[in-house]
Design a protein around this ligand. Structure first.
Ligand code: AP5
Ligand code: MG
Length: 223
């Protein structure tokens, strides 16, 4: 779909709720740029940048990285795509981060994936990731064509260091205490749209239909 105006969206949801999976479908269908805070941090760790080395232990322990570090990283990327429509995945994750984003840009829509914690715990231990692109697979749900290798590049897949059962529990806890208040922040602004379910393939048609309505040319002209 060709968008008539700049559209800015955020996707939220607990760890493993399918943000990366749904973002890939949104960006493919609607042509938005995808920015994933987790992918940016993992790229820094992989390239052994100073920042990556500093942040690795927090991430591996399931803790959030400091607000100022994260906000600076994301804002730098957003400034580089000032004239593009975008979808941010994994940011904001605290009320302070949402205020930082709000000071620079107004967000049109926040898509919230509401998936039960029980479902999530099972998923994350069977996830495999292609680190350079952030593409995710799951041995039960969407396996790669060749086991252990990325469909597009043929490069090896890895399991994330923060996908161990103990760390997943800590990430869920951090989500409850630090990120759930962000949902309230966006609900009060009237931009939060929640999609509940246990299967991405069942949630996706609702997200797609919502965005089609929201981005149809008639609506887009009404700015
Ligand atoms: P980040 O990379 O953002 O991780 P997360 O929020 O924990 O989310 P995930 O990427 O684990 O899950 P997802 O919702 O994208 O789900 P996915 O599509 O992969 O952040 C990592 C860390 O970086 C944080 O813990 C923190 O330390 C730091 N960080 C990042 N942003 C930050 C910020 N703003 N501030 C501070 N710190 C920050 O799906 C999950 C799996 O389920 C996949 O295997 C998928 O294939 C599978 N799946 C999907 N649907 C189904 C289904 N229906 N059935 C079975 N499996 C399914
Ligand atoms: Mg992700």
């Amino acid at each position: 779909m060709v968008l008539q105006r700049i559209f800015r969206a955020v996707i939220m949801g607990p760890p493993g709720s399918g943000k990366g999976t749904v973002s890939a479908r949104i960006t493919k269908t609607f042509g938005l740029q995808h920015i994933s805070s987790g992918d940016i941090l993992r790229a820094n760790i992989n390239a052994q940048t100073e920042l990556g080395l500093l942040m690795k232990s927090s991430i591996d322990q399931g803790q959030l990285v400091p607000d100022d570090v994260m906000s600076r990283l994301i804002m730098k990327d957003l400034r580089a795509m000032d004239q593009s429509s975008w979808l941010i995945d994994g940011f904001p994750r605290t009320v302070s981060q949402s205020e930082a984003l709000d000071n620079a840009y107004s967000v049109d829509t926040v898509i919230n994936l509401n998936v039960p914690f029980q479902t999530i715990k099972q998923r994350l231990t069977s996830r495999w990731t292609h680190l350079p692109s952030g593409r995710v697979y799951n041995v039960d749900f969407n396996p790669p064509k060749v086991s252990g290798f990325d469909d597009v590049t043929g490069e090896p897949l890895v399991q994330r260091d923060d996908d161990t059962p103990d760390t997943v529990m800590r990430r869920l806890k951090a989500y409850q205490t630090q990120t759930e208040p962000v949902l309230e922040y966006y609900r009060s602004k009237g931009v939060l749209e929640t999609f509940s379910g246990t299967e991405t393939n069942k949630i996706w048609p609702h997200v797609e239909a919502f965005l089609l309505r929201k981005l149809s040319p008639a609506k887009q002209n009404v700015a």
